[in-house]
Design a protein around this ligand. Structure first.
Ligand code: KG4
Ligand code: ZN
Length: 350
């Protein structure tokens, strides 16, 4: 089945063509970072307007790249939630209009299921069951994954998501949005040049049992540390790097502790990390070191498929379409949509 995937849930327009037999044929992404950078975060109205401008041209490019005609597409998958309502509506309207005019089956995909399954697009995909760590700008969740759609939330953030914490800490350090990659770069500079942490940041909620997270306290900790080290209202470059280092170490270490607990609790032998923060190299290294003695493996997507993209939507939608699921013709989106509400796909194996 040849599926056109359309992702417009936030500030990236992602389009892809995925074939259930041949794999990923082509994909394109337009990131709106430059559009939002002056505002320090995503401006929903600007995001929606830009998706309107970019979606159809990117579909043309993806078809051209794969030497495929629209008439050859067999189904459409679009992100139906969670995300920004206006941005989701753009993708849903375009997807539904195309499906209606071409008489194609269509499926509304859960954005976080897309992230969770993105590592399936790699040459050595993970096998079920696994513990999934979803770490994005809006979500931090540990999920027990026993099969497609068979998701149980083991723990989640009670306040900020990990990516959101990276973005807010970055802002305090005077770094651009999205902050994750900037903090990672500074922290790496600190590590390679031997700069030490100014103070050890806390590992929130690790001193009590359970798999929930809390990252909002790290914000206050970062702010206090920044204020303390400012001289004439400015931070010296090595202090900035040292704070980025302390912050990244705290987030990564907290995620490591909870992943280790989740593996122990479930008895699963596989860990999958997904979502924008899973692109973080230090996180990958620390988790790989953690699982090695346990005889466990960590799987993740290539960096461009950790952050938002159309390929993960085409892939996740394809699994549901092959299992016979279809969405109705109404243009409906779900800005808030718990992943545990998804239905289990029975009897499919790939
Ligand atoms: O999955 P994603 O693209 O969008 C959402 O669904 O939210 O995740 C975006 C988030 C942002 O908060 C960004 O700062 C973070 O992922 N991020 C990173 C890195 N790359 C992206 N955080 C830490 N290290 C990175 N290398
Ligand atoms: Zn995302």
């Amino acid at each position: 089945m040849l599926v056109l995937g359309i992702e417009t849930s936030c500030d990236e327009t992602g389009i892809a063509l995925y074939d259930s037999k041949k794999g990923l044929l082509s994909h394109r992404l337009f990131s709106q970072i430059d559009l939002h950078v002056d505002y320090g975060g995503v401006v929903p109205e600007l995001a929606s307007r830009d998706h309107i401008l970019k979606t159809l041209p990117l579909i043309d490019e993806v078809l051209l790249d794969a030497s495929t005609l629209m008439a050859e597409v067999e189904a459409i998958a679009y992100t139906a939630g969670p995300g920004l309502v206006g941005a989701l509506m753009v993708g849903a309207s375009i997807a539904q209009s195309l499906a209606f005019s071409l008489d194609l089956p269509i499926i509304g995909v859960h954005h976080m299921e897309g992230h969770l399954l993105a590592p399936m697009l790699e040459s050595t995909p993970p096998e079920f069951p696994f513990v999934g760590l979803l770490v994005s700008g809006g979500h931090t969740q540990l999920v027990s994954v026993k099969g497609y759609g068979d998701y149980e939330i083991l723990g989640e953030s009670v306040d900020d998501a990990a990516g959101e914490a990276f973005d807010k800490a970055a802002k305090m350090l005077g770094l651009d949005y999205p902050g994750g990659p900037h903090i990672a770069k500074l922290a790496n500079n600190a590590r390679t040049s031997g700069i030490a942490e100014p103070v050890r940041f806390p590992r929130p909620m690790t001193d009590r049992p359970g798999l929930d997270f809390s990252f909002s306290g790290l914000k206050t900790y970062t702010l206090n540390t920044v204020q303390k080290h400012k001289v004439d209202g400015a931070l010296a470059e090595d202090i900035r790097a040292s704070i980025a280092l302390a912050f990244e170490n705290a987030v990564v270490d907290t995620l490591r502790i909870k992943c280790q607990r989740a593996l122990k609790q479930t008895g699963f032998k596989t860990l999958v990390i997904a979502g924008g923060v899973s692109a973080n190299v230090h996180l990958r290294e620390i988790l790989e070191a953690m699982v090695k003695p346990l005889g466990t493996e960590v799987f993740y997507a290539r960096p461009e498929f950790c952050t938002d993209n159309g390929a993960m939507i085409a892939y996740a939608g394809c699994q549901r379409l092959l299992a016979g699921e279809r969405s109705g013709l109404s243009i409906q989106v779900r800005p808030k949509w718990p992943i545990s509400e998804l239905s289990k796909l029975e009897g499919i194996s790939f």
